[in-house]
Ligand binder design. Sequence first.
Ligand SMILES: [Cu+2]
Length: 524
Amino acid sequence: MKFLSSSMLVAVLGLVAANLGFQTAVAQSTPVTGLHTRMKWQDFVSGPDGAKRLASFKKAVAKMRSLDNSPTDSADFRRSWKYWANIHGYLGPTSSFGTVAERSQQLTNDGLSQYLPYLVGTAGMPGIVDQTPPDAIAKTIWATCQHSPPGMEVNFFGWHRMFLYYLERVMRWAANDPTLTLPYWDYTNPAETALPAEFRDTTSPLYDWRRSTAVNQGQLALNPNITDIDGPLTTDTSFLQYEKDIESTVHGNVHCAMVKTCPVALMGLVGVAANDPIFYMHHTNIDRMWSCWQYLHPSEQPGTWENQSFTFVDETGAEVTRPVKDFLDTTVLGYVYDNDSACTRVPAVAAVEVQIQPPASVEQAFPNVLFSSMPVPLNSNVTSVEVTISATAQLKNTELVLRDVSSLFAPGALVDVYVAKNDESTPRAYVATINWFGVFDHAHSMDRMERGGPVARTFEYNVTRQLQALGFPDAKELTILFEASSGLVPTSKNPVAPNELRRALEATLRPDANLTIGAIELRQ
Ligand SMILES: [Cu+2]
């Protein structure tokens, strides 16, 4: 640790201390007066008040759904479930997410036509219909969700925190319960990766039939790998990098894994995702991940992004416009999370260097190229690339860069990235999962494709911990593995016919998508 400056040391010790608290972290039983505690789902529904909290939450969802067909100029319409889903995204001729017909055509083109009913409906099951904002307020606020299309940086955390804050106020109104506070689905805990039972109850307003059937039946759960935030939380050196990593990894992974693949409605298609109640439990957990970062970086100064303003409606249906900077401190907003201080699974590796001043680019931060490849096509379900690193390389902060990952359309599965030793003597180390949430269904990407350019994204993963686990620097012959993945694993509960499960777990990359990594680099 001798290369660490004292401020770096403080940061590292903070991480270790935070991690020691993981086992003992409990929901705050005595919140500061006036502050509501956003609880993990399993605590929200248990204890003496659990049944009351759950009833209130379901009542709010049911009441909001009952307002969907209110007169479009009424406050009730602005408090409806449909309206709030539309604030995030909607389909229609004026939407940046295109029309139902356009998204249907895309599903067909992507070879996913069996999921068309999830979008357009089927016997007795209404689908999504094109909508047009009825007034100036709706024109201003519908489809304003901030997600980063390739090459753009947006207020992903900020916009969604504001969205949830105003939704929570509407839900309190709808449940007639001023204590109702949004819970979160903590799938970062490997024990909580199955969809909570209350969302699988077909008679509940929290149920939606358009999720992966095996997930909705409790037979498959999220693969704990795809919900692990230890890497971004302990090695990212700036807020913007962390925000981008959370958005592009765990956030998108969960969206896509809730359905067969992206861009299948609801959760896999940005323009309609917020119609599913699980969307809000997912995003409350994402909001908590922002609080986890804030806890570990209390003195970090926000950037110019905090000055951007967004418009919503409140529980009276009135328009409100406020800057993101009003939403940085959740205690000012009246809530805290039951856990924002111990958010990782395993203690941070003390040898990871914490950089206080984030460098401008990966080239600047990691100037030494240990390995660089030619373009790598991922046209089968497993692709491996052998890597030989020069004998003099030492264990240091190491970045795996997947440059210009491009595809003609959604390739049909997630892609898990691993590093392994060539002799297979040590278990392979998981690095990250690539998902396609929002990549092919956002106006920015569609424009780009129409202009003839592929959508290309560059991923940077800190792989120091993984290389250390594989025995680097002694092991210098490595393999980088890419595997098609559904993002799901079987649960021990409710075993079903193996064939049925196997089909749900199946993940196939379509060769005609031309999924290609422009270059694979290892940098220090
Ligand atoms: Cu999202």
